[in-house]
Design a protein around this ligand. Structure first.
Ligand SMILES: [Zn+2]
Length: 142
């Protein structure tokens, strides 16, 4: 699926070139509940919040989505179960939207490099001004 197909992702990405791969499989759970397993892989290029260069972010999504009837109430136990998500069956299933939702959930809130590649960014401020050092020497009484 081309990355450019995801409109909501567009603002977050430095480039929407490339593709993500996904796999969607349906199966019946222990109590006969319909569950989907969605896996998404690929690499997205986010822009670093500090230096605005590209930050590659590899996707490794593996989600279980349990289908529930529209309007069904979830028990507290189900709400607290974070091994899977619940997906109300409203009208059909938009796979592209589902994939995009999962990608949005998987992305870091703030994208940035652990260490930005900007020259001088790492050691700025720690440097001694040679002229200041000289002035200090000159100012010393003999
Ligand atoms: Zn950076």
């Amino acid at each position: 699926m081309p990355i450019s197909a995801f409109e909501r992702l567009d603002d977050l990405l430095l480039s929407n070139e490339g593709d993500v791969s996904y796999r969607l499989e349906g199966f019946k759970g222990e109590q006969g509940e319909l569950t989907l397993q969605l896996t998404v892989g690929g690499v997205l290029l986010l822009s670093c919040q500090r230096c605005l260069e590209a930050v590659p972010c590899s996707l490794d999504v593996d989600s279980l989505l349990q289908l529930i009837p529209e309007g069904a109430e979830l028990s507290q136990e189900e709400l607290e179960d974070d091994t899977r998500d619940f997906l109300p069956v409203i009208k059909g299933l938009d796979v592209a939207e589902l994939v995009e939702d999962e990608i949005l959930l998987a992305l870091p809130v703030i994208a940035r490099h652990e260490k930005c590649g900007l020259p001088g960014a790492a050691d700025a401020g720690g440097r001694v001004n040679p002229f200041a050092a000289l002035a200090e020497l000159k100012g010393k009484p003999n």
